[in-house]
Design a protein around this ligand. Sequence first.
Ligand code: ZN
Ligand code: ZN
Length: 209
Amino acid sequence: MTTHLLINEPGAPQGAGARTSFGGLPSVPAGFAWPVCKECAGHMQFLGQLRTNHPGSRRDQLLLLFKCDNDPGCCDEWEADSGGNAVVAVPSDASLSLAAPPAGGETVRATHHGARLDTLDGDYDAARDAWDTGGRRGRDILGQLGGQPSWIQGEEVPLCNDCGKEMEFVAQLEEGPDHQTSMNFCGGGCAYVFACGCSPASAKMVIQA
Ligand SMILES: [Zn+2]
Ligand SMILES: [Zn+2]
């Protein structure tokens, strides 16, 4: 097997686009509403966006990732179904523009960077070990796109709200290259992103640490 590692690319193009990036503002279609946390009713924080056009992907989409950061640890933001996080799936060929951040709340991160894919042999852990040699910074590994999840805790595949079946793994994400602007996955954890082929809008995120 091979693993497509997401590798940090400092800086990111300004402006809207259907490309993988972290921080900054989400690229959204007309009619987008910034997600609100179901636990605290505050606007969630935009973490980043994933373009799922990697080799082996079944759907080319742009997945916008949000997590409540208004009161960290209090909104069950690690659970797929708590409403403390959200994955908004957008068609990658939609006409996109940058969303305006809502007033107030912890909605935008103080970073903006891109990512490239490096394909290595082995599962996620083996690929990480192979990449993180020769003076490279392991923290520049942002996660993986496609492949198999490497669970920190037990397997936790969410069920699709539309068809009730187990969802398809799309990505695993680390907290990011800089601890000061990290995505705070419960302190050194990972986020696991899922989608379902039954509906173009079905997508979820689970966080483990
Ligand atoms: Zn909240
Ligand atoms: Zn489904």
